[in-house]
Design a protein around this ligand. Structure first.
Ligand SMILES: [Zn+2]
Length: 134
C-alpha cells in the first residue's frame, strides 16, 4: 500500500500545524495593511509588509467550490473514493483547499456552512471541514 502523502511543517508553517494539533485554525494577518494571509508567507502579498503575526480563526466558513473525486487522485487514496475536494472560504476571508468530510458527497453544495474538523495522522493534524452543526 502506498503511504499517504502528508505535510512537512517548516519553521514558517509550524504555527498553522501546531494550532491544528490543538483543534484550532491559525493564519497570518499583515500588521501593516490588515490583509489575512494564507498560505503562510514571509511577506504580505498585498503590501509587502514583513510583520505577519498569527491570529486564530473562528473555524467557520462556506463551501466556495468543490469537486467529487470518483477515482483516487493519489494511489494512497485508493478506497476512499468518492471524496470531496473543496475550496472553503473562511468567515474571515481566506480560502483554503481542503476536503469535506462527514457528509455524503451528493449532499455537498456551494454555500454549505462548514466548520473545521481535525484528523491526527502520524505526527501531523490535517485540517478538513465538516457540515456545521445546526
Ligand atoms: Zn499587507
Amino acid at each position: 500500500m502506498t503511504e499517504r502523502p502528508l505535510p512537512h511543517p517548516s519553521p514558517l508553517t509550524r504555527p498553522f500545524w501546531e494550532g491544528a494539533a490543538r483543534r484550532e485554525l491559525w493564519m497570518q494577518r499583515c500588521h501593516a495593511c490588515g490583509h489575512r494571509v494564507f498560505y503562510p508567507r514571509h511577506l504580505c502579498p498585498v503590501c509587502g509588509g514583513d510583520q505577519l503575526p498569527w491570529e486564530r480563526m473562528s473555524g467557520g466558513g462556506t463551501v466556495f467550490t468543490y469537486t467529487v473525486a470518483r477515482k483516487p487522485t493519489h494511489p494512497a487514496f485508493a478506497g476512499r473514493e468518492p471524496y470531496v475536494i473543496a475550496v472553503v472560504e473562511l468567515d474571515e476571508g481566506p480560502k483554503l483547499t481542503t476536503n469535506i468530510v462527514g457528509i455524503p458527497p451528493e449532499d455537498v453544495s456551494i454555500g454549505l456552512r462548514v466548520r473545521a474538523a481535525f484528523e491526527d495522522v502520524g505526527d501531523v493534524t490535517l485540517v478538513q471541514f465538516e457540515p456545521e452543526a445546526t
